[in-house]
Write a protein that binds this ligand. Structure first.
Ligand SMILES: Cc1cc2nc3c(=O)[nH]c(=O)nc-3n(C[C@H](O)[C@H](O)[C@H](O)COP(=O)(O)OP(=O)(O)OC[C@H]3O[C@@H](n4cnc5c(N)ncnc54)[C@H](O)[C@@H]3O)c2cc1C
Length: 421
């Protein structure tokens, strides 16, 4: 590799949605960006593959071509003996449709976008730790190894940890996850299904061990997201208000759920495509600070998944955009102190945008982590369409932060009143 490539204006570790978004916006601002990724595209990532209108809005901003991806017009919520279909609201800032796209495709498209904008992507490069300035302890680069285990070093005045839930760099500098923040665990697989052309995302607000209403409730929620090409993404997860291990047997829960799912979906062993795989969802800013000592955290590395619905892609893309803005401003400033002042704008912006909303999410997690309470809310709430439209906007973050109708204003007021996470 050309020695010049080892030095950049910013090094971004991990080319998931957070890293590719950061790299794209940095390159657009004219910075020399190195985007380091341990795997090679296309690569899989355990995910529900669902993109809400908030995620779509970020993709539109980035100019990502989404033609051919499955489009959905709303959400079908199932629970408490009721089924309700709610269209995505159209607001000034968000479109009235969502998308679904397998992560192998989505992440490859985002990384290609970052490259097209001018970022240098290095695949098969695993970052193993930070390079610290001897006296100040500031992060000034990363140590890495190639697929052939050749040691590598990349230097930059600013480093971004976009390495997902493992947050290797952040952990290496002592930024541990906060145990008192909500954490999700979710498992998913794919099925060929005759209903893959469904135009809504389906959400199961309660899971039963046997016949719905006539057996034990399991602690979790499920989803069925239709994708293009005759395939649906099916998964389930649990939400805890803390990071303590749940001790749940997700595979057994999945099996029980599938055994009772409507046969229309065709969730049989023969139709299953790929294994059932799971991962953790770090929520409500469970790893902070999002900026200190030359190192920014974006996406899952900074615990940016919503405790309301397990969505992380929209926030990863948003964090990349806001982080890149702060880094570009810092780049133009001459001294470390002035750079740090500009970089501090990033955690402040994240907190302003999502801090109150995520605090509401933490309260929500404490409330519904008990299946019986969830059941009560679902059984009494679902038959009330206006209430459900409000709840849908809250849970999917489909509300206008500025202006909007009475529902938007109510959610904004609640989020403003909440202490910031
Ligand atoms: C089962 C499940 C279902 C989900 N469903 C949805 C959903 O439907 N919609 C939604 O919005 N969110 C969903 N999420 C959450 C979503 O997957 C994450 O929030 C999102 O992927 C975060 O993006 P990221 O870029 O921060 O991290 P990641 O997508 O995890 O990307 C991190 C990247 O960094 C790379 N990397 C890691 N370590 C290193 C290293 N040391 N060196 C170099 N590269 C490294 C990885 O290979 C990866 O490419 C789900 C999560 C799970 C587990």
């Amino acid at each position: 590799m050309d020695k010049g490539d080892m030095q950049a204006d910013a090094v971004v570790v991990g080319a998931g949605p957070a890293g590719s978004s950061t790299a794209h916006y940095l390159a657009m601002a004219g910075l020399r960006v190195l985007l380091l990724e341990k795997s090679a595209f296309p690569r899989d990532k355990v995910c529900g593959d669902g993109l809400t209108p908030r995620a779509v809005a970020e993709l539109v901003r980035m100019g990502v071509d989404t033609s051919g991806w499955a489009r959905n017009t709303g959400l079908r919520a199932v629970g408490g003996g009721h089924t309700i279909e709610l269209p995505w609201p159209e607001t000034a800032s968000l479109p009235n449709f969502g998308l679904a796209c397998p992560r192998a495709e989505l992440d490859a498209a985002l990384a290609a976008k970052a490259q097209e904008s001018g970022a240098v992507l290095r695949e098969n490069v695993t970052v193993v730790g930070p390079i610290l300035h001897e006296r100040s302890g500031r992060v000034i680069g990363v140590k890495a190894k190639s697929a052939e285990r050749e040691p590598l070093a990349f230097k930059a005045p600013v480093v971004v940890d976009a390495g997902g839930v493992s947050a290797r760099l952040a952990t290496a500098v002592g930024r541990e996850k906060a145990m008192n923040r909500p954490m999700g665990v979710a498992y998913r697989t794919y099925f060929r299904s005759g209903r893959s052309a469904d135009s809504v995302m389906e959400s199961h607000l309660e899971l039963w061990k046997g016949k719905p209403g006539k057996s034990d409730l399991m602690p979790g929620y499920g989803w069925i997201f239709p994708l293009a090409g005759g395939i649906v993404n099916v998964g389930l997860g649990s939400l805890s208000s803390t990071a303590k291990a749940t001790g749940l047997d997700y595979r057994a829960m999945f099996k029980a759920w599938m055994a009772n799912a409507s046969s229309e979906w065709g969730f049989t062993e023969e139709n299953q495509v790929g294994r059932l795989r799971g991962a953790a969802l770090p929520m409500a800013f469970n790893r902070k600070p999002h900026y200190a000592d030359g190192l920014l955290l974006v996406g899952d590395a900074g615990g940016m998944v919503s405790p309301f619905n397990g969505e992380g892609i929209a926030y990863a893309l948003q964090a990349g955009r806001l982080a890149a803005d702060a880094i570009a401003q810092a780049h133009s400033r001459p001294t470390i102190t002035a750079k740090d002042r500009a970089l501090a704008a990033y955690p402040a912006a994240m907190r302003e945008e999502l801090g109150g909303y995520y605090s509401l999410g933490r309260a929500f997690a404490r409330l519904i982590e008990r299946p019986r309470i969830m059941h009560m809310c679902v059984a009494h709430g679902l038959p009330r369409p206006t209430l459900m439209r409000l709840v849908m906007r809250l849970l999917s973050d489909c509300y206008d932060r500025r202006g909007g109708d009475w529902m938007d204003r109510l959610i904004s007021a609640l989020a403003k009143a909440a202490p910031k996470a």
